[in-house]
Design a protein around this ligand. Structure first.
Ligand SMILES: Nc1ncnc2c1ncn2[C@@H]1O[C@H](COP(=O)(O)OP(=O)(O)O)[C@@H](O)[C@H]1O
Ligand SMILES: O=P(O)(O)O[C@H]1O[C@H](CO)[C@@H](O[C@H]2O[C@H](CO)[C@@H](O)[C@H](O)[C@H]2O)[C@H](O)[C@H]1O
Length: 461
């Protein structure tokens, strides 16, 4: 466990050594037990939190300041689940101003924070400003680390606002110029979002916003540093592909022009990733391992979601076919890993940008960093067109978008993903299975959406 030390550089707020982390967490635990599971980004929904352990605690502004700012990395224990480490940024005030009432975490009854009000710091413009200043100034702060690559300076005092969207993490927009993404469930190791967006910048890929600063931590005893968040340019005036697709559907309009452009953008990102990072061939061993991993995910999901069980044997056929592929000329490379319409932003100039390279958030970092055939991302997008169409019962709309997307991809990549029939079917099935679990955990009302794909994919052919 680390205490804070003075930060090198010109830190705006000089932190003091805080209360002992264990005592701090003990006083917060009764509040967190209730508050944490209610957060959209909480990964262990449906199971109680039975205990907390501090990983790191850093007082970025002392609790005696009005407001104080506390950074916590906390292990949350839940029965039947591996321990998850969450990142919390907590404000501390004597009284909470009315505009911040929705950010309340609670009022500790005892310990070092007794009598004070604890709340989500991201909602407090004063504390969001402190965070921006830390990101603008490279240096260490106790276990925390702030880094900025060479490049133009990031201006300070930009008006902050918390992004109010469904997301797996939390994001703060600064003056419509930058966006800071604070990862919520964190783990030691290279983070694919930082790794891939920096690699794409090196490969001169204009499709992906380049990180301008990031935060990390190396708690005592950690084998590797944790990546905690990254600041990148905000694509102002952009609409995401999901919103645009739903709008087209509600207006009875086609979306094939946009789908083809998205296909071209995906291919460009893949080409840049292949330039920037190592590629390999899809050996027989890899193919078999891939099929085995997909099969395992199918069975574990079927155990967790009973609605999937009747379809499991028919779905498994897609993985058997994958395991039997014996052409080893295929390439594997780093891919986006969780590509869907919501990850594609159409800027004011009409150009598509791709964001959120963190992969499927529920999977371990090492697994998310594995190379795959590019068809994996294509399958994700194909599923997304079907998702959108499902909300309007418009299967023909989905089919037209899926074809246009593959046409666009083929035009830019020089090879048609539809030619990889076995791979594409396996990845699409795997994605639909992932979505079944995702929806069962996060949005049970949406479960029928991936289930309709499950029925299609399991149908005899
Ligand atoms: N660079 C950006 N420019 C504009 N909006 C962005 C940018 N990055 C993210 N967003 C917005 O923030 C939302 C959440 O970002 P995302 O990276 O998908 O977070 P999460 O992984 O938590 O779901 C996106 O849906 C998009 O609306
Ligand atoms: O939070 P992330 O954007 O990283 O991704 C997770 O949440 C997504 C939903 O917000 C989820 O995507 C699924 O729903 C989308 C519509 O809301 C749809 O376009 C996608 O095709 C579908 O997979 C994603 O799977 C999950 O990882």
């Amino acid at each position: 466990m680390s205490e804070t030390v003075p930060r090198s550089g010109t830190a705006p707020a000089r932190p003091s050594a805080g209360a002992a982390p264990r005592r701090l967490l003990d006083s917060l635990a009764p509040l967190l037990r209730d508050w944490l599971p209610r957060q959209r980004w909480f990964a262990g929904k449906g199971r109680p939190v039975t205990g907390f352990a501090p990983v790191a605690a850093t007082e970025l502004r002392p609790s005696s300041a009005e407001p104080g700012l506390l950074h916590l990395l906390v292990d949350a224990r839940q029965p039947g689940r591996d321990t998850d480490c969450y990142q919390l940024l907590l404000g501390v005030r004597r009284t909470l101003p009315a505009p911040l009432s929705g950010a309340l975490v609670g009022r500790p009854r005892g310990g070092p924070l007794a009598g004070l009000t604890v709340y989500e710091a991201l909602h407090d413009p004063l504390l969001a400003d402190v965070l921006l200043d830390l990101l603008r100034t490279p240096g260490d702060l106790g276990p925390l680390h702030f880094e900025r690559p060479r490049g133009p300076a990031v201006p300070g005092s930009l008006a902050p606002r918390v992004l109010d969207v469904e997301q797996s993490n939390s994001s703060l927009v600064y003056g419509d110029a930058y966006i800071f993404k604070l990862f919520r469930r964190v783990a030691p190791g290279t983070h694919p979002e930082l790794e891939l967006s920096r690699a794409l910048a090196r490969a001169d890929c204009p499709r992906v916003p380049t990180p301008v600063a990031w935060a990390g931590a190396r708690p005592d005893g950690a084998a590797e540093p944790y990546v905690l968040g990254l600041l990148q340019p905000f694509v102002a005036g952009a609409a995401d592909g999901w919103a645009l697709a739903l709008r087209a559907l509600s207006e009875g309009a086609a979306f094939t022009r946009e789908a083809a452009a998205l296909g071209r953008a995906t291919a460009e990102v893949h080409q840049a990733l292949a330039r920037a990072l190592p590629t390999a061939t899809l050996s027989r061993t890899r193919t078999e391992a891939l099929a085995a991993a997909m099969t395992e995910r199918l069975h574990s999901t079927a155990r967790a979601v009973p609605a999937l069980r009747p379809y499991a044997p028919a779905l498994a056929a897609a993985y058997t076919a994958l395991g039997a592929l014996d052409d080893t000329r295929r390439i594997v490379q780093r891919v986006h890993g969780d590509l869907h319409l919501g990850q594609c932003l159409c800027g004011a100039d009409g150009a598509w940008h791709v964001i959120d390279f963190e992969g499927e958030p529920a999977r371990p970092l090492a697994e998310r960093r594995r190379p795959h055939p590019t068809v994996r991302d294509v399958a994700g997008m194909l599923r997304s067109f079907e998702y959108a169409a499902c909300t309007h019962r418009a299967p023909a709309w989905a089919a037209a978008c899926r074809d246009a997307y593959c046409d666009g991809y083929a035009e830019a990549a020089g090879h048609d993903p539809r030619a990889e029939r076995v791979l594409l079917r396996a990845y699409e099935t795997d994605k639909a299975v992932y979505e079944v679990l995702y929806e069962a955990r996060h949005r049970p009302d949406w479960l029928p959406v991936p289930m309709s794909a499950i029925r299609r994919l399991a149908a005899p052919r």
